[in-house]
Design a protein around this ligand. Structure first.
Ligand code: F6R
Length: 632
């Protein structure tokens, strides 16, 4: 959550920062602000409540000269959504300016102490204490004349340095309990930018004669292909002459850079009106990219290079514990059905935010699997740590290369789907499900799965992208349906077996994009409670392909119809029976039952998208959400 970008280099900083932060806006969009350090050691800046566009509008044609600067887009945690609480924040004199992603848990105690020492605060945020702590390290307030208050437009007061900038940052950070991704500038050191990380993602793009610090790679693609991922407790000192990375004891760290192979175009909308629509349409390609080179069709098997080193553990595994959040959790639930039915291994799937608090009991033969598009979700990371610390082999399915979960896992599988920018996860889901199908082949073929069955699954998986493309051609029809049902404020999504997680996912998509109440429910479970809500104003969406639970689903549809409920059904092409009972049908092609979620989710993604657009909402940035949830 919260996007931060810092720049030090040869170009005018503001355009680089604005462009970079626009690519990170999905991380938070309550307010935004920047601070630019001019060559005259004057810090200037602007802040605005709302999205980056509001900030850009406020800037208008104004020039902010300076080749060093920081910018932030906020997802509010401490303090309301106001300009005063927008980052960057500064110390009393406007010498230290910083942008922060994370939470300072002990900020109240620190603030009280700093207040007693004479510091004056301008915001309600936890972040501001960091600036004052650094100030206190450099130039204690009690030892000088009364403070004047820093403002983004103010001239920086001269600080009499009691230590170096980086030392002061280090000492200040040692007093903080909590999480941070930080980028910091000091007005009288225009040639230095300091970045630090603890549990909030941060990387440094190594450009030519320039550095871009950012909370994720999407912001640096245009300027740098090589990036340094900072680890927890690390601090990077970036100057025009080079960069150095230290731990908080100021021991220098030797770090290797990694290459990012995403092209900048992949982070653009291109001809699509929204990232969400673009990414739904990229679903087939996402499946292709996640599966490419990993299927051994002849053997009906899969080859996952990233898991090579844990193959003995996988071969002997007695149980798989999957943990993830939101959409990735739903993908995990699909994986649970696949792995149990065809992999022949017991699986338990948990919401990551619950996993470690319920004190899971690990057993000999357990293997843990985290699923995360961003690779930065705090809860998923915490679950992974919990498993790893207990000695359980910890695997991960992750999209973002070099992300924290990817680096922390013992072994893993990358999704290879390029950046997912829309806050609502779409292409990541189908990619994750297809990787779980590969894992099912891998594990199943070591156990009971026959080569014939393996080949059937593998062959069918190769056909999925084309089948998805066929469904995508119905986008306009789904939009018509969204228009028809647009007046309703409640929806029940129902499914069984493989399509129960899809029902949850369909409901989640509609909720987050349209702010309309939607509930996912087991179709067999509805009679135990949820059916009470049904009347002519409460439509149901049934995911009812012709599979092993089809007849049961038909009975459940009848039950809803008997109560005057409206029914939209996602059904298998050619199914006339369902057309007779449902009010509306969206058809999907026939495939193997275990792979149906890859198809049935597509119309639900489209439905949520069109529903949100028809309501005039910003579907790429739904209110109150952020793409990468790096706080617990
Ligand atoms: C929903 C959505 C979220 C994410 C969840 C996990 O559309 O995007 O529910 O799926 O926050 O995110 P990752 O996969 O990055 O761990």
């Amino acid at each position: 959550m919260c996007g931060i970008v810092g720049y030090i280099g040869k170009e005018e900083a503001l355009p680089v920062l604005l462009e970079g932060i626009k690519n990170l806006e999905y991380r938070g969009y309550d307010s935004a602000g920047f601070a630019i350090l001019g060559e005259d050691e004057k810090v200037s800046g602007e802040k605005a409540v709302g999205k980056i566009s509001a900030l850009a509008e406020k800037v208008g044609g104004r020039k902010f000269g300076g080749k060093t600067g920081i910018i932030h887009s906020r997802w509010a945690t401490h303090g309301g959504v106001t300009e005063a609480n927008a980052h960057p924040h500064s110390d009393c004199k406007g010498v230290i300016w910083l942008a922060h992603n994370g939470i300072v848990e002990n900020y109240k105690e620190l603030k009280d102490e700093l207040n007693k020492k004479g510091h004056s605060f301008k915001s309600e945020t936890d972040t501001e204490v960091i600036a004052h702590l650094i100030e206190e390290e450099l130039n204690p307030v009690r030892s000088r004349a009364p403070a004047q208050g820093g403002s983004p437009e103010g001239t920086a007061g001269a600080a009499t340095s009691n230590g170096t900038f980086s030392n002061a940052v280090r000492n200040a950070l040692k007093k903080i309990r909590g999480t941070y991704g930080l980028v910091i500038l000091k007005s009288d050191e225009p040639d230095t930018l300091v970045a630090a990380r603890n549990f909030s993602p941060l990387l440094v793009g190594l450009g030519e004669g320039e550095y871009i610090v950012a909370s994720d790679a999407a912001a640096v693609l245009k300027h740098a292909k090589n990036v340094l991922y900072l680890d927890d407790g690390e601090m990077a000192v970036l100057t025009r002459d080079g960069h150095r990375v230290f731990d908080l004891e100021m021991r220098e760290r030797d770090k290797e850079s990694q290459v990012i192979d995403w092209s900048p175009e992949r982070a653009q909308k291109n001809c699509y009106p929204h990232f969400m629509l673009k990414e739904i349409f990229e679903g087939p390609e996402a499946v292709e990219n996640s599966v490419r080179g990993r299927l051994v069709l002849e053997e009906g098997n899969a080859k996952l290079g990233g898991l090579e080193k844990v193959m003995p553990a996988l071969r002997n595994a007695k149980r798989i514990l999957i943990s993830a959040c939101g959409t990735a959790y739903h993908a995990g639930r699909v994986g649970e059905y696949m792995l149990e039915e065809y992999g022949g291994i017991p699986v338990e799937t948990d919401i990551a935010s619950e996993f470690r608090y319920r004190k899971p009991v690990f057993r000999e033969g357990d293997v843990f699997l985290a699923i995360s598009q961003s690779g930065e979700t705090a809860d998923t990371l915490a679950a992974l740590r919990e498993a790893k610390e207990k000695g359980v082999p910890a695997l991960a399915v992750v999209n973002v290369v070099g992300s924290t979960i990817a680096r922390y896992a013992d072994a893993g599988v990358y999704q290879h789907i390029g950046p997912e920018i829309g806050v609502a996860s779409t292409k990541a889901f189908v990619s994750q499900v297809s990787i779980l199908a590969l894992l099912t082949l891998l594990i199943g073929r070591q156990r009971e799965m026959s080569v014939v069955m393996g080949r059937r699954i593998a062959n069918e998986l190769t056909k999925i992208p084309e089948l998805m493309r066929k469904i995508l051609k119905q986008s306009d029809n789904v939009a018509t349906l969204a228009r028809k049902y647009g007046k309703y404020g409640n929806f029940l999504y129902l499914g069984r077996k493989y399509n129960l997680p899809v029902a949850y996912e369909g409901a989640l998509k509609l909720k987050e994009i349209s702010y309309v109440h939607a509930e996912g429910c087991g179709a067999g479970e509805m009679k135990h409670g949820s059916i009470a809500m049904i009347d002519e104003n409460f439509p149901s969406v049934f995911i009812a392909p012709q599979d092993s639970v089809y007849e049961k689903m038909i009975s459940n549809i009848e039950e809803i119809k008997a109560r005057r409920g409206l029914v939209i059904a996602v059904a298998t092409e050619g199914d006339k029976k369902i057309a007779d009972i449902a009010d509306d049908v969206i058809y999907i092609p026939k495939t193997l039952e275990m792979l149906t979620p890859l198809l049935s989710v597509v119309p639900l993604q489209l439905f949520a998208y069109h529903f949100g657009v028809l309501r005039g909402l910003d579907v790429d940035k739904p209110r109150n959400l952020a793409k990468s949830v790096t706080v617990e």
